[in-house]
Design a protein around this ligand. Structure first.
Ligand SMILES: C[S@@+](CC[C@H](N)C(=O)[O-])C[C@H]1O[C@@H](n2cnc3c(N)ncnc32)[C@H](O)[C@@H]1O
Length: 344
């Protein structure tokens, strides 16, 4: 059986609850809030473990958030996402110890907090322009540059097949661009055009027509709790990429287009790479190289790291996969997080 995959934080341990982080919340001290006459933004509500539970076990907080989709404050949204990641990580740990009782109580806690729906809702709010925006805009910018620079009309007129793993909505920049035929999947579908599917259970395609020119894995790898499960996910992407779209273009020699497809668009919270004890850009490049990927583009923002990895093929991989089956400390230091990726 595959190990349970659950989200993780960027490796930091959240020893203090969100309750403690937002001690002035109106949910904890409603009367105090009134006394201070604070003007609170709509939807600015506490994510607290000490929340009010209803008779049916659902939380008042969860229901308020769900009924107020557009107005989650970024602070609350971030706390909500962190809490969901922490709970899922604890769930993974309980399951790996076969501790069913703890696992069930954590599951109940996740559900009481609104479950994956509420987590996704917070993620959608996080995509709002004021909050970092839709990560697929970066991909579109890169691809337009590449495609416009190609003189080979055969290639530029082709619509690219895109597999979007972890699709929250059908109207992001990729979907609006007209560059792609998009296949969208997510563990939990929020729209009829998004198939509810775990990428790790998606059947491996045999025909090229079922494969893709590009896979988007934006803020999905860090959702997976276990380092080896993250490695498996990356490894699996290579099975879904086709190397035939650009035949013909190859005859004219390498171009920016042939140097970009097939490819993987990978987005991670920046601290996964910039502040991890076990992973930095160099190590990730080594790991990806062992799968046959070469870094084509990258952008580091304050919050996220965006990378476009060109798959040059398994035959041309570095073959160093075993080297990355153990954690190696690349950045010692107490203030680091423990985000890691491992191959089996
Ligand atoms: C933080 S959201 C990111 C969504 C969006 N891609 C973005 O960049 O904002 C992570 C999403 O990945 C989905 N996800 C995580 N693991 C997955 C898997 N194995 N297969 C499909 N979807 C997955 C989750 O259900 C969640 O909706």
């Amino acid at each position: 059986m595959r190990p349970h995959r659950a989200p993780t934080t960027t490796g930091s341990n959240h020893s203090r609850s969100d309750f403690n982080k937002y001690p002035n919340s109106s949910l904890r001290f409603p009367s105090m809030t009134r006394a201070r006459k604070r003007t609170k933004k709509p939807g600015s509500i506490l994510l607290s473990r000490h929340r009010n539970l209803r008779g049916d076990g659902s939380s008042v907080v969860a229901s308020r958030v769900l009924s107020n989709t557009s107005s989650l404050s970024s602070k609350v949204g971030r706390a909500l996402i962190r809490n969901h990641h922490t709970l899922q990580k604890r769930l993974s740990q309980a399951l790996s110890k076969n501790d069913t009782e703890t696992a069930n109580s954590i599951r109940a806690e996740i559900e009481a907090d609104g479950g994956i729906e509420r987590y996704q809702q917070a993620s959608v709010c996080g995509q709002g322009n004021q909050r970092g925006g839709d990560s697929s805009k970066i991909l579109i910018g890169w691809l337009r540059e590449v495609i416009q620079s190609s003189t080979n009309k055969k290639v530029t007129n082709k619509r690219l097949r895109l597999l979007e793993v972890g699709a929250l909505r059908p109207d992001n920049a990729c979907s609006r661009s007209n560059l792609f035929d998009v296949t969208r999947i997510d563990l939990n579908s929020r729209d009829p055009s998004i198939e509810a599917q775990d990428f790790m259970d998606r059947p491996i395609p045999t025909a090229d027509s079922e494969k893709f020119d590009i896979i988007s894995l934006s803020l999905v790898l860090n959702y997976v709790s276990l380092p080896t499960a993250r490695g498996e996910m990356l490894e699996r992407t290579t099975e879904f990429l086709r190397h035939t779209l650009l035949e013909g273009d190859q005859e004219e020699g390498p171009s920016r287009v042939t140097e970009s497809f097939p490819s993987l668009f990978l987005v991670l919270p920046a601290p996964c790479i910039t502040n991890s004890r076990y992973l930095d850009e160099e190590r990730l490049e080594g790991m990806m190289g062992s799968l046959g990927y070469q870094l084509a583009r990258r952008k580091l923002s304050a919050k996220l790291i965006y990378q476009l990895w060109h798959h040059i093929g398994k035959a041309r991989s570095s073959g160093r996969q075993r080297e990355f089956s153990r954690k190696g400390e690349v950045n010692p230091g107490r203030a680091r997080n423990n985000f890691a990726i491992l191959f089996r």
